[in-house]
Design a protein around this ligand. Structure first.
Ligand SMILES: *Cc1c(COP(=O)(O)O)cnc(C)c1O
Length: 372
């Protein structure tokens, strides 16, 4: 009903997974679909990624993995952080592969696994310098021993996460990978043979061949958004998300008149002003106009003016010849112009990840391409 929607091109997701796989081969690709597939919709993205050859899926929390299972997706699913002890039984019942890094987490996983027959493969995460989650390198062998000592568990994988992979010449990534290699050597010396080793996010997969290992965990790149401006264009990715609305009201303001809450923008000349039915409740930052944000109308960049309100925003369309019902593109291409998620992010002083994830639940997603 509302003339505001996001279009998600599932063929673009499939294409991006294929393109990334050809870069990282023979490593496998794990498609990261946490946070509702970075705002794109976890279940349709997961299916499109599998169609492109992803052999694993990853989520942040066990509940997100259970949603994939409830939708009938049976691919291996990795939970990227350690579930709390009380979540382990459900994670096991849903056949999720959990990341562990604490003694309590390993013990809880062991108890949950006992209920079912075969050993539960878990992935041990090593903190090589991100200092978010993971076991300290000096305690890695003890943690692996703890996993191996219980018959209900199995060390299915060992992994780490890089803090600055998106800055290609930062030497810290090589330091982290050196640390990881030392831990892997110590694990082998102590008789541990993890089936799957992984370290790379999208930026690691694209920019750091030594990070690729058995599997790469790609999120942002499968959506066609470059992990950072330094990596823009290094793989031919297609943006999957477009965000559009349309003009629902037009007015002509005299020079000197002001718009929106706080009257923060003033017309310097007679101005044509369009009202667009999308606002901060939909994920458009309230300050977008004040920060220099633009939208596309009739293929031209037009400034958002005044503060964005909850449900509507205002655009100075004086430089185009607008009509009611004209399409307004907030993210995506129109004519020869394009606004990417990273363009919006640069305007706001953030990253494309946050722009995609901010897309509100109120915005309908329309899927194109894919098996449907
Ligand atoms: C979110 C996440 C990823 C995916 O990162 P991208 O930069 O989006 O590719 C990979 N690994 C871990 C541990 C994550 O939390």
């Amino acid at each position: 009903m509302r003339p505001t929607w996001a279009t998600v091109d599932l063929d673009a997701i499939t294409h991006n997974v294929r393109a990334l796989r050809s870069v990282v081969a023979p490593s496998q690709l794990c498609a990261v679909v946490k946070a509702n597939g970075y705002g794109h919709g976890a279940v349709p993205v997961a299916r499109a990624a599998i169609a492109g050859g992803a052999t694993w899926l990853a989520v942040a929390f066990a509940g997100e993995g259970i949603e994939l299972r409830d939708a009938g997706i049976d691919a291996p699913v990795l939970v990227l952080s350690e579930p709390r002890p009380e979540e382990m039984a459900e994670a096991r019942a849903a056949d999720l592969c959990v990341t562990v890094y604490t003694a309590d987490g390993i013990d809880a996983a062991a108890r949950a696994a006992k209920v079912v027959g075969a050993p539960w493969p878990v992935h041990l995460k090593i903190d090589t310098g991100m200092h978010r989650v993971g076991v300290a390198p000096r305690h890695a062998v003890a943690a692996a021993n703890r996993i191996a000592s219980v018959p209900s568990l199995q060390l299915g994988g060992v992994c780490t996460h890089c803090a600055v992979a998106d800055v290609p010449d930062d030497p810290f990534t090589a330091q982290q990978l050196d640390c990881f290699d030392q831990v892997l050597a110590a694990l082998r010396e102590n008789g541990h043979q993890p089936a799957i080793v992984h370290a790379a996010n999208s930026a690691g997969a694209i920019a750091h061949p030594h990070a690729r290992r058995d599997l790469v965990r790609c999120g942002i790149a499968i959506y066609g958004i470059a992990p950072s401006s330094a990596l823009e264009g290094s793989v031919a990715l297609r943006p999957a998300l477009r965000l559009r609305s349309e003009i629902v009201h037009l007015q002509t303001l005299d020079a000197g008149e002001r718009v929106s809450y706080g009257r923060r923008w003033q017309a310097e000349r007679v101005a044509r002003v369009a009202t667009i039915p999308i606002g901060y409740a939909d994920g458009v930052r309230r300050s977008y106009g004040l920060d220099g944000g633009v939208v596309l109308v009739r293929g031209k960049r037009c400034p958002v003016i005044g503060v964005v309100t909850m449900d509507q925003l205002l655009v100075d369309v004086s430089d185009v010849d607008p009509q009611l019902g004209d399409e307004v593109m907030l993210i995506g291409a129109q004519g020869n112009s394009v606004i990417t998620a990273n363009d919006v992010a640069a305007t706001l002083g953030t990253i494309g990840y946050e722009v995609a994830c901010a897309l509100g639940a109120r915005v309908p997603r329309r899927y194109v391409g894919g098996a449907s």
